[in-house]
Design a protein around this ligand. Structure first.
Ligand code: UDX
Length: 441
């Protein structure tokens, strides 16, 4: 099939590459000229494992094109997919400005009957509104059908999640249009759920809010475990073996970040308020997450008896999670702001997110090129992102050049046995007993 995609962010680009990979002819459109120029050369603007390889392969095969021209991109497309961002606006609602602009841009260039698929995460009722908007701007000779097709890919595994999705949600009022979109994805051999437009929109919010709630729940449990001397790893393992609960998204840590969970829980909460539906659980999920994001600062404050000023703190990891350079809602931001507010000298290391972090944190903190550089002379290390190279660190080597051998592990990712074999260490994980060894004392 001939497909056009508007927006070359994580969702648009991964979808475009995946659809080309399964044999469709895809043209990705974006207004960002620099980005499109890079993409034409086979260079991905985002760090995403496996994406660039498939990008180059499908460009070479002639199944994937990039353009800044809506006219060129949409021409002849049977399906147009809108995958532009819907960020959070000041009142917590989803900001639909980009989506409305994309819908108008598409509408004025449509020359044939077209199915417009909305992949962007949008509040319930938006697909209906987009249909009206496109119809208001497109030629009278053209008829359009809207299909809601929310995306569930995770950053860091976007290609795998797209090509091997758990399910594909297709929301439509017009069965023929829905079947055509089902046909588009058929080569993926993934189960399809066909629903109404509104249910499809809601499935996305419900899924993200549930997963965010699961994380806040396990973080709350971690804090209880710490208080009573239980171990959250064992508790999560024991809980997760119950098939009704499931073992994923039960990793306690320093809260969820990224471009989806924070804004989607907020947007769903906003919807409940608008409709006078009492759903305090969503508010609690967000509140708990806010507290968890600065948990390591609280722990450091307690360990140093309230005297953080002048301490050199090394922060390992900046990205909101491993395998991405994305800094959106990363816990490293509130951690840096709070530590520096209290007068600490923070030096951070991240294998790929440093330049994005610099745009947000500027020279408020220092940036190291290696882990060794970050920890040299540090009074404490905070582990913020569980990159493989951080998980695999030898704790005894890590603390060698530190001023004090104190580690706050926000991701419970260092090897416990190796920690225990250190002659001198103070190790503070999340929701687990601390390991404290004073050499020769
Ligand atoms: C999420 C959803 O998983 C995806 O389906 C949706 O389309 C977009 O939002 P993403 O934000 O890329 O994907 O990352 P994800 O792996 O889900 O992690 C989100 C956050 O939760 C991260 O900050 C991560 O560190 C945190 N997390 C995740 C935990 O703290 N504990 C867990 O057990 C899992």
């Amino acid at each position: 099939m001939k497909v056009a995609i508007l927006g070359t962010g994580y969702v648009g680009l991964s979808t475009g590459v995946a659809l080309a990979e399964i044999g469709h002819h895809v043209c990705c459109i974006d207004v960002d000229e620099k980005k499109i120029a890079r993409l034409k050369q086979g260079k991905s603007p985002i760090y995403e494992p496996g994406l660039e390889e498939l990008l180059v392969k499908n460009l070479a095969a002639g199944r994937l094109r990039f353009t800044t021209s809506h006219r060129e991109g949409i021409s002849g497309a049977e399906i147009v997919i809108l995958a532009v961002g819907t960020p959070q606006s000041n009142d917590g609602a989803a900001d639909l400005t980009y989506l409305e602009q994309a819908a108008r841009d598409v509408a004025v260039h449509l020359q044939q009957d077209t199915i417009v698929v909305i992949k962007s995460t949008v509040p319930v009722g938006t697909n209906d509104k987009m249909k009206q908007l496109i119809e208001a701007y497109c030629s009278e000779d053209v008829s359009i059908q809207i299909v809601s097709n929310p995306e569930f890919l995770r950053q860091g595994s976007a290609m795998k999640d797209t090509l091997e999705a758990d399910r594909i949600i297709i929301g439509c009022d017009d069965r023929k249009a829905g079947d055509k979109v089902r046909e588009l994805y058929r080569p993926l051999n993934v189960p399809v759920v066909m629903t109404s437009l509104r249910s499809a929109e809601m499935i996305k919010y419900a899924s993200n809010a549930f997963l965010a709630m699961k994380i806040s729940f396990i973080n709350g449990m971690a804090n209880v475990c710490e208080a009573v001397g239980a171990d959250i790893l064992d508790v999560a393992k024991g809980m997760g073996m119950d098939k009704r609960i499931g073992n994923s998204f039960l990793q306690a840590g320093i809260g969820y970040g990224g471009s989806c969970f924070p804004k989607d829980v907020q947007a769903l909460y906003h919807t409940t308020k608008q409709h006078n539906v009492d759903f305090g659980l969503l508010g609690e999920t967000m509140e708990l997450n806010e507290q968890q994001r600065v948990l390591l600062v609280k722990k450091a404050f307690e360990r140093f008896n309230g005297k953080i000023a002048g301490k050199k703190i090394a922060m390992l990891g900046l990205a909101f999670k491993p395998e991405t350079d994305d800094m959106r809602e990363a816990p490293s931001i509130p951690i840096s702001l709070e530590l520096t507010r209290q007068g600490a000298d923070v030096i951070a290391y991240d294998p790929v997110a440093t330049s994005n972090a610099q745009k947000i944190l500027g020279n408020r903190i220092a940036y190291a090129k290696t882990i060794q550089e970050a920890v040299a002379g540090a009074d404490a290390v905070l582990i913020v992102t569980e990159w493989d190279e951080i998980k695999q660190l030898e704790p005894s080597k890590l603390v060698e050049d530190m001023n004090e051998a104190i580690i706050f592990d926000g991701r419970n990712c260092l090897n416990e046995e190796k920690i225990r074999s250190c002659s001198k260490i103070e190790y503070y994980p999340v929701g687990r007993p601390a390991i404290i060894k004073y050499a020769g004392k």
